[in-house]
Design a protein around this ligand. Structure first.
Ligand code: GAP
Length: 536
C-alpha cells in the first residue's frame, strides 16, 4: 500500500485533516475528523478497558508474577517548572539540529544519512534523509547531479562504505546537504530543547515561565504519594494516564507519526526493586500481545531491545514495540510504544532533599558544604511495606504508548484493496478498512433496500434500537451496492439490510465486511448478533 493512498482516504472520508488547513496548515499538528475521532477514542477506550477497568486485581493474570492493582489519574498539562528540572527534561531533553545556509532548511542531526564518494578528483559525503535501497539510489542520483554526470556514468563513482548517520562525520566541509547544491553549507549541530515554553499569569516575567508537558508520566510520579494515601493500593500496582503531550519536534513528519502535539497512554507500574525484572518482562509481553489482539499482523510487529547507547537518561532497560509503517524503508520499523525499566530514578529525583538512610529512616540531604539540597520536592516519596515492615523507594516499569501512533498503525494495517463483484457481477477493485470491530468508527450500518414499501420505517426502528448500544450509521441514499462500498471504505464491519422478505417474515440480512457473507436473522436480534460477533 502506498502511503499517499491512505493519506488521501483519511482526508476524503474524514479521518484526519491538517490542522488550520484553510490557513495553509501548521507543520506537525493534525485534527481528527468525524471518523478519526471515533477511531482514536476506540483506541484509547480499548487501552483503558484492557489495562485498567477490566483488569482483575484478585486473580493472577497470565504471565504475571503475582496479582496487582491498577488505577488511573488525569493530571494537568502545565506543571510546576521544577518537575522538569527533576525529571531531567529541562537539561537533557534535547535534539541536535543542523541548518543549511543554502536551502534554509533545518534537519535533525541524527536523521541525515550519507556515504562518501570519490569521482573526478573530488571526495565528498553525499546525504539523504532516506534509508535503505531508496537512500542509496538517492545518494547516487545526487552525486551524479553534483558532478554534472549522466546516469550512464554511474560506474565512475567510487563509494567508500555504506550509508551512515551524519553524527559520524565531524567536519562538514565536504558534506553535500540533503537539499543543497554546494558543499559545506550545513552548520555545526546545535542543541535544541524540545519542550514548548509558555508563561503563567498576566505579568509574565522570566520567573513565570512554564512548559507544556512532554510526557504524561511525570504527573503520575508527583502524585504517587497522593494515590497511595488516598486509596488502599499496595505494591505492586500501576497508575495509568491518557493525555496530550507536546514536543517541539525539529522535523515533524510521516503524517501523524512524529507530531508536535500528540496523545500518550502511559502506565507507571510500581513494584519492589527485586521484582522489577519479572514485571518488565510481563509488561513487554502483555503490551506486544495487545497490538496483535487488535489486529496488527505479527509479521509487521516486533519487540526490539534498546542498545545501551539508545537508553534514555533514566532507563536501565527498554524494549520498543515497533511496526513496519509503509513510509519506512524496507526492513525498517517505527516505534509504537516503549516499555522501560526506569528503576527508582523519577521518585528519587522528585524526593531529592530527603535522604533515605540504610536503616530506612529519612534525613535531610545536604551538599558538600552541609547545606540542605533542594532540587527535588524534599517530600518523602518512599513506600512502607506494612507486611515486611520495610521502607524503600519502589522501582518502576513504564509501558508508554502513543495513541496517535497506534491509531496510525491500525489505519495502515486496515487499508486493503481486493477484487469483488459489483451489482452486475463484474469484478471491481474495492478499498476497504479491515479494522478490528472494537476499533471501527461504526460497528454497523442500517439500510432499507429501497426508499418505499415501509422499509425505511423498519430500518429506522432497528437503527433507533441499536444506537444506544453502539455507534451505528443509517443510509438510504443511492444503490445498495454503493452504500456497502461506502461502509467498506470506512471499515464498518456489519451492514444490516431491510428488504422485501423483512416485510413478510421479519428477518433482515447481515453482511460481513471482510467475507461478504450474508445471512438472515430476526430483526429484533440485530444488537445481540453484532455484539456477539464483535467479541469473537
Ligand atoms: N514517558 C516516556 C516517554 O514519553 P517516549 O518514547 O518519548 O517515552 C512514548 O514516548 C510514546 O509516545 C512513543 O512510543 C510514541 O508512541 C509516542 N510519541 C512520542 N513522541 C511522539 C511524537 N512526536 N508524535 C507522536 N507520538 C509520539
Amino acid at each position: 500500500m502506498e502511503m499517499e493512498q491512505l493519506v488521501a482516504l483519511c482526508k476524503r472520508r474524514g479521518f484526519l485533516f491538517q490542522s488550520s488547513e484553510i490557513y495553509g496548515g501548521l507543520n506537525g499538528f493534525w485534527d481528527y475528523g468525524p471518523l478519526g475521532v471515533e477511531l482514536k477514542r476506540n483506541v484509547r477506550e480499548a487501552w483503558w478497558h484492557d489495562m485498567v477497568t477490566a483488569h482483575n486485581e484478585l486473580k493472577v493474570a497470565d504471565g504475571a508474577p503475582s496479582t496487582y492493582e491498577m488505577t488511573g489519574l488525569d493530571c494537568t498539562i502545565i506543571m510546576h517548572p521544577q518537575v522538569w528540572k527533576c525529571s531531567g527534561h529541562h537539561d537533557l531533553f534535547c535534539d541536535y539540529m543542523v541548518d543549511c545556509r543554502e536551502s534554509k532548511k533545518r534537519y535533525r542531526h541524527d536523521q541525515i544519512y550519507g556515504r562518501w564518494v570519490e569521482a573526478r578528483g573530488e571526495r565528498f559525503f553525499v546525504t539523504t534523509q532516506t534509508l535503505g535501497e531508496e537512500g542509496l539510489n538517492e545518494t547516487e542520483q545526487k552525486a551524479l547531479k553534483f558532478l554534472k554526470l549522466r546516469t550512464k556514468n554511474a560506474d565512475e563513482l567510487t563509494w567508500d562504505g555504506p550509508l551512515v548517520c551524519l553524527t559520524e562525520v565531524h567536519d562538514f566541509t565536504y558534506v553535500l546537504g540533503p537539499d543543497a547544491k554546494s558543499l559545506g553549507t550545513l552548520t555545526p549541530p546545535r542543541e535544541f530543547n524540545l519542550m514548548f515554553k509558555t508563561t503563567i499569569g498576566a505579568l509574565g516575567g522570566p520567573e513565570d515561565a512554564a512548559f507544556l508537558r512532554p510526557e504524561t508520566a511525570q504527573g503520575i510520579f508527583v502524585n504517587f504519594k497522593n494515590v497511595v494515601d488516598s486509596t488502599r493500593v499496595k505494591l505492586p500496582f500501576g497508575i495509568a494516564q491518557i493525555g496530550k503531550s507536546f514536543r517541539n519536534e525539529i522535523t515533524p513528519r510521516n503524517f501523524t507519526f512524529r507530531s508536535r502535539e500528540f496523545e500518550q497512554m502511559e502506565i507507571e507500574f510500581f513494584c519492589r526493586p527485586e521484582e522489577a525484572p519479572a514485571w518488565y518482562k510481563y509488561w513487554r509481553d502483555l503490551r506486544f500481545k495487545w497490538y496483535l489482539d487488535l489486529g496488527l499482523a505479527e509479521g509487521r510487529l516486533q519487540l526490539r531491545d534498546h542498545d545501551a547507547d539508545e537508553l534514555s537518561h533514566y532507563s536501565t532497560g527498554t524494549a520498543d514495540i515497533e511496526y513496519a509503517f509503509p513510509f519506512m524503508a524496507e526492513n525498517e520499523f517505527g516505534e509504537l510504544e516503549g516499555v522501560a525499566h526506569r528503576g527508582d530514578f523519577d521518585l528519587r529525583s522528585h524526593m531529592e532533599g530527603k535522604l533515605m538512610r540504610k536503616d530506612g529512616e529519612l534525613a535531610v540531604e545536604t551538599d558538600e558544604d552541609g547545606k540542605p539540597k533542594h532540587r527535588g520536592s524534599g517530600r518523602d516519596l518512599s513506600y512502607f511495606d506494612a507486611e515486611s515492615k520495610e521502607r524503600f523507594v519502589p522501582h518502576v516499569i513504564e509501558p508508554s504508548a502513543g495513541a496517535d501512533r497506534a491509531a496510525l498503525a491500525f489505519l495502515c494495517e486496515a487499508y486493503v484493496e481486493d477484487e469483488v463483484p459489483n451489482d452486475k457481477g463484474e469484478m471491481t477493485t474495492r478499498s476497504l478498512m479491515k479494522f478490528h470491530p472494537r476499533l471501527a468508527p461504526y460497528k454497523a450500518a442500517v439500510f432499507p433496500l429501497v426508499r418505499k414499501d415501509g422499509m425505511p420505517e423498519i430500518a429506522q426502528e432497528i437503527y433507533g434500537e441499536l444506537k444506544p448500544k453502539f455507534n451505528v450509521f443509517y443510509d438510504e441514499k443511492s444503490a445498495v451496492g454503493r452504500r456497502y462500498r461506502r461502509q467498506d471504505e470506512i471499515g464498518t464491519p456489519f451492514c444490516i439490510t431491510v428488504d422485501g422478505q423483512t416485510m413478510e417474515d421479519g428477518t433482515v440480512t447481515i453482511r460481513d465486511r471482510d467475507t461478504l457473507e450474508q445471512w438472515r436473522i430476526k430483526k429484533e436480534e440485530c444488537g445481540e448478533e453484532i455484539e456477539r460477533r464483535m467479541q469473537s
